[in-house]
Design a protein. Sequence first.
Length: 423
Amino acid sequence: MSALFAIALAQAATAEGCIGGLCDAERLRPFLEKLSTARSAPEPVRILQIGDSHTAGDQITGSWRTILQTRYGRAGRGALPPGRPYAGYLTRDITAGQSIGWSVNGIFGAAWSPTSNVRLGLSGYSLTTAQPGATVTLSADNGRNFDRLTVCALSGPGQGTLQLSLGAAVVSWPLVGAEPGSRCRTLDGNGEATIASATVIGGPVTVTSWSTERRMGGGVILSNLGTVGAQFTHFGRTDDRVVATELGAYRPDLIVIAFGTNEAFRPGFSASAYEASLRSDLTRLRRLSPGVPMLLIGAPDSATKLPGLQTGESGTSSPCSGNGEWRPTAALSSVQAIQRRQARAFGIAYWDWAQRMGGRCVADGWTQGASPLMRGDHVHFTSRGGAEIARLLQADLDAAMTRIVSSAGEPGWSTPAYPTTVR
């Protein structure tokens, strides 16, 4: 490690033990140690991110996936919601399709029904049908083929049968069981395939998630499981048994929690209620994934023109210089402070997304220019902005790896040169 880089690391570390925007990075040691040798390891490093539209849109996670897989190896696309669960559903590196005849359930929005008895898992969505021949498909994009398919579905009395196919490999999978439960089935192909499918032989069948991988040995998989408009509390609508079964199948080495924007835009936001909810949600996720390192990502900077959101229980959000019409919601700073406090209380790592963007009131600047980093709503990111956020996050993880992991200097890993932050 060069003297200049060592100085840069020392300057980045704050009194609170942060490296850039990454605080309590030591909590990520098991993940960082595995990542440092990912290219030569027998098993891939698996990252699973749950969150809101920032996660669902895959602008940020997709760019982060590209960075990781370019460096360490492309081990697959990872876990996805089944089929195409909502209008405008986007994926990168893979195309999802579904036939007619499926009904959708989800943890939030039009897909959520409080009277539904359909249990939900990690993806936040499920597809149900009793129609024989109903099919969901996954097709590789741009040569990103795969040779392993995992499908997770509900099991129990009266459940039907799926036929899983991966290239030329085909298997029948009965889901009937004595008790209501959840199962995941993995099908390995005889070679890399461009398409996989799950077809109903007899119903009813409920699919909760699925995943594609490459059995190359090593590499990285990054799964983005996001729900547009959701808050972390909505993840509580998932079923413990289903989530535990899927976590056992997907075996994440790191769980990334990326909520907070919708909490900050919630009318009538209560800091005490949010803090209690966040404690409860983190307690549950830790119980369902014991020993798995976690990274809580703080809410990014954003802005609104709505006076009703600029004022809240803590008062009125102060205006931003240069554009008094747009300003952060009154709740945003409270959300960020609570997230940071609870991450530390739970002993999990925290990434200060807003600080790495440049701090309070930078959202308006990110919407400007010929190639803006944020969309005009001052909330969502463009593809260029998503790539910049991914770059900043990985830069902080790289710095943490250099500081924490003794194997950082071994062959196969080196500190990359990052360009100056785009503003």
